[in-house]
Write a protein that binds this ligand. Structure first.
Ligand SMILES: NC(=O)c1ccc[n+]([C@@H]2O[C@H](COP(=O)([O-])OP(=O)(O)OC[C@H]3O[C@@H](n4cnc5c(N)ncnc54)[C@H](OP(=O)(O)O)[C@@H]3O)[C@@H](O)[C@H]2O)c1
Length: 455
């Protein structure tokens, strides 16, 4: 529901796309890395099937990458135009759909807007581009009647955006929670499964190609932040500024946290979430959370992604699947291509890519105002009186303790123990944690993780 006094962003109705008598739709793919190659391979393998679905031929017309002249393209098995200059793809009148897979945000942005301005349909896999410029992209696509496909931006090969935009278009979403980053989920679930450290799990993820040599973008939650910004726009019709989304990564999670989590019938996952709050506000975040072991997201292991959509009439819908990888993401890219090609053939308007025709700027609710149960792990140099001092400090902040847990046989010089706290304002817990961190026996600041009672 949109309040009357808030600014709204509206687009004029879309003109029809192209002529209905098409028998060939031509693609230009810019970017021939992991996803570009995956897309071309999937297209080559599925071409006949796609043709039967479309009733028209999907032709790979041009491939573009900076070093295309140095690439061995013999595996293509068919002649195709090549160029290192993306402008040639965007300007080519024979090309109907530009597929942007370059990864470099500034270049992706240039290609996307140049293509849409020329009335070329655009498919992109760039989450940063869509999270930061989604509303402008849709405005540009509406202005020239060009289609826009963004399915590959969130959860790679899992068709979550199509589900929100089409299958659940009649729903009123109250919340969306996702495991949206395969790298962090691989690390956490390996720590859980094998009892290894964060560093060991990260190294293994790097060896297997799940994590970049510099893993910051994934492990600090920035990748998931772009994705939840897109999901929030699609589920709630609110344009969320990426920088307004609080983000916390997984680098402070220790294997001992899984031992404690299991004693509480919970587990730890990096959750990207957005939910409606009172007075039209939206809470959006990326953070590690304690989730029940029986919840559906707890069963999402390894590099898989999982998204839980909560609707006020249809209830809960969960989708799990591949979140990345060349060919799974290539399927998402081609699904957008097929959808746009169908619109080209029908001569109609393309689907509304972000699920809404108008947005209002999101009013973000601070997580500090949440009332939640909390897991607090302290690591101390053991000595008498520690518990009494921590309990007194918590009492001063009006925080009730639910339980105190200590795993047996832990080193006294580096003793981790856990307190679970009864539902309390999160800002009170954060304030108390800052004070606890200054106590002389503390070896490191407390780890504070909220419980999320997910179904
Ligand atoms: N990897 C995944 O699993 C995944 C999953 C979902 C979404 N995505 C998104 O998909 C996009 C592509 O990712 P990727 O992993 O395939 O990237 P990548 O492996 O780094 O490939 C990028 C490609 O873009 C080309 N390129 C860069 N700048 C260019 C320019 N100015 N002109 C022409 N070509 C240019 C590169 O060409 P050269 O090799 O010739 O330099 C390379 O072929 C990104 O937005 C990413 O976030 C990736």
């Amino acid at each position: 529901m949109v309040t009357r006094n808030r600014p709204r962003i509206r687009f004029s109705s879309a003109p029809p796309l192209r002529s209905p008598s098409r028998r060939v739709v031509r693609l230009g793919i810019v970017g021939l890395g992991t996803v570009g190659v995956g897309t071309v391979k999937v297209l080559a393998e599925h071409q006949r099937e796609i043709q039967r679905r479309l009733g028209c031929r999907l032709e790979l017309h041009t491939l573009c990458s900076r070093t295309i002249h140095r690439k061995d393209l013999s595996w293509l098995g068919q002649p195709v135009n090549i160029t290192p200059d993306w402008r040639k793809v965007v300007d080519d009148p024979e090309i109907d759909i530009v597929v942007e897979l370059v990864g470099v945000p500034s270049t992706a942005r240039q290609i996307a807007f140049a293509a849409l301005k020329r009335g070329k349909h655009l498919v992109t896999a760039n989450k940063q581009l869509v999270a930061e410029h989604g509303v402008e992209l849709v405005a540009q696509s509406r202005a020239t009647g060009a289609g826009l496909g963004i399915e590959a931006c969130v959860a790679g090969g899992t068709p979550i955006l199509h589900a929100i935009r089409s299958g659940l278009a009649g729903e009123h979403f109250v919340a969306v929670y996702g495991i949206l980053n395969g790298t962090t989920n691989y690390i956490l679930t390996e720590m859980e499964r094998r009892g290894c450290s964060f560093a060991q799990a990260l190294e293994e993820a790097q060896q297997k190609g799940y994590a970049e040599p510099d893993p910051t973008f994934d492990v600090e939650g920035f990748d998931a932040r772009y994705k939840i910004a897109i999901l929030a726009m699609m589920c709630f019709g609110q344009a969320v500024r990426v920088d307004d989304i609080p983000v916390e990564g997984i680098t402070r999670i220790d294997q001992v946290d899984f031992a404690y989590a299991h004693r509480l019938d919970h587990t730890l996952r990096l959750i990207a979430g957005a939910r409606r709050r009172e007075r039209g506000r939206l809470e959006v975040f990326v953070r590690p959370m304690m989730i029940p072991q029986a919840s559906q997201l707890a069963t999402v292991h390894g590099a898989t992604n999982g998204i839980l959509l909560m609707g006020n009439k249809g209830g809960n819908t969960t989708l799990t699947g591949r979140g990345a990888g060349g060919e799974p993401t290539g399927v998402a890219v081609l699904s957008d291509v097929v959808q746009i090609a169908r619109a080209i053939i029908a001569g109609g308007a393309g689907a509304t890519p972000l699920g809404y025709e108008s947005w209002h700027p999101a009013k973000i609710a601070s997580p500090a105002e949440n009332v939640t149960s909390t897991y607090v792990r302290l690591v101390v140099r053991d000595r008498p009186g520690i518990l009494a001092r921590v309990c007194a400090l918590l009492a001063r902040h009006h925080i009730n303790i639910d339980s105190v847990l200590q795993e047996p046989a832990m080193p006294k010089k580096h003793l981790p123990f856990v307190m679970t706290l009864e539902p309390t304002l999160e800002k009170n817990v954060r304030g108390a944690a800052r004070e606890i961190a200054r106590l002389p026996f503390m070896i490191q600041p407390p780890l504070v993780v909220p419980f999320a009672e997910l179904p």
